[in-house]
Structure formats: C-alpha cells, structure tokens
Ligand binder design. Structure first.
Ligand SMILES: [Zn+2]
Length: 235
C-alpha cells in the first residue's frame, strides 16, 4: 500500500506540472497577441506612407495643372502680339510673357524635385507594405504553431488530470480536503519534506513531537509554523 504523503506528493507534482503547462500556454497566447499589436503598428505605418505618397502625387498634379494654364496663357499672348497696335501695349505684353515663362521655369524645377520626392515616397511605401506582408506571413506561422502546441498541451493536461483522479481515488476525504486547501494557498507546495529537522516549506525547525509523529503512524502531520503537510525525507 502506497503511503498517504507519497500520494499527496505525486498529486502535488502533477498539479505543478499542470500549472507549468497552463503558464506556458498563456505565454504562447501572449506571443500571438504581441505579434498582432506589432502588425497593427506596421499597418498604420504603411497607411501613413500611402497617404504621404498620394499627397506628393497630388502636389505634382497641381503643379502640372498650373504649368498647363501658364502655357495656355503664353500661347494666347503670342497670338495677341500679332494684333497689337501700339509699342507700349506690345512691350507690356512681351514683359507679361517673360514673367509667365519665368513662372513656368520655376514650376518645371519644382515638378522635377517633387518627382524625386515621389520616387522616395513610393519606395518607402513599398518597403512598408513588404514588411507588413512578411509580418502577416510570420503571424500565420506563429498562430499555426501556437495552436498545435496548445492542442498538444491540452492533451497532456488531460492525461495528467486522469492520473490525478487515479491518485485522488486513493485518498480519504480528510486528506484530500487538506491537500486541496493547502495546494491552493501555498503556491503549489502543499507537501514538503523535513530535512535535518527543518520544514522544507517555511524552513522553521520542527518540534520533537512533530518528528515523533512523522516516524510513527500514518496520519497526516502538519508543520506547526506554516501548516504544510510534512513527510520525512529518507535522504
Ligand atoms: Zn513549515
């Protein structure tokens, strides 16, 4: 017949194992959450790059429209030059044409500069979307592997729970009640060894009476300081 504290010890180690597995599941779920947040950031960055690119393109469109308007006016003025009667009107119009042409030359330079900016904005946008695509791919992989891990861990937990039941059936109601109470409040260490007269849970000396109780009988013995269930470590 297996001793009571031995059963409790095994229950404790099974329970600790379940806690570990559940904690690792939580960690993996957090990894997925973190990756999702990261992708949201990449996505808003790509959106921002897209807006920048559209804004630069609009700037070019506006400038080209201005250029066309000026061009139209210069053509119109050139036609008007043929029908002008006075020298004064003629030179006024020539000077107007000169000023329009100067404006056009400035606009042309600006358009060239803005086009270089558009090229950079396009590259930035491509880079951001490429990065986003890669992150989304790696999220898919991560979700797949985390799902598989969680499923595997669930199976393992299920197996451990069945094994727990086997041990619980070996315990009387009294012992099980103590175990449940302690394992919930003592951070997974409800059953601890006494090593060199010291409780392995709170490291206080145990009394001679406690030691005597441990050596005789097979009733549960509790630490007087921390009330954990004690057993004698043979080592
Ligand atoms: Zn103790």
């Amino acid at each position: 017949m297996i001793e009571k504290f031995e059963v409790l010890k095994r229950l404790q180690s099974l329970k600790n194992r379940i806690n570990e597995l559940e904690a690792s599941q939580e960690r993996r779920k957090r990894d997925v959450q973190e990756k999702k947040v990261q992708i949201e950031n990449e996505k808003s960055l790509a959106d921002k790059k897209h807006e920048e690119k559209i804004a630069v393109q609009k700037e070019i469109d506006r400038k080209e429209l201005d250029l066309n308007t000026n061009e139209g006016e210069v053509t119109k003025y050139n036609v008007q030059l043929n029908s002008i009667k006075t020298n004064k009107e003629y030179s006024a119009l020539v000077s107007e044409i000169g000023s329009k042409k100067a404006d056009m030359s400035i606009l042309e330079d600006e358009i060239l500069n803005t086009m270089s900016r558009l090229e950079i904005a396009n590259q930035d946008y491509e880079k951001a979307t490429e990065c986003l695509r890669n992150e989304e791919e790696s999220l898919k992989d991560l979700i797949n592997s985390v799902d598989a891990e969680i499923k595997e861990t669930d199976n393992e937990i299920e197996k451990i729970k069945n094994e727990q039941k086997k041990y619980i059936d070996l315990l009387d109601e009294h012992s099980l009640k103590h175990y449940n109470r302690l394992s919930n409040i003592k951070g997974g260490k409800a059953v601890v060894p006494v090593i060199g007269n010291v409780c392995g849970g709170c490291f206080m000396n145990v009394t001679t009476q406690t030691l005597n109780e441990l050596m005789g009988g097979d009733d549960l013995v509790f630490c007087l300081s921390c009330s954990r269930i004690l057993y004698l470590d043979d080592k």
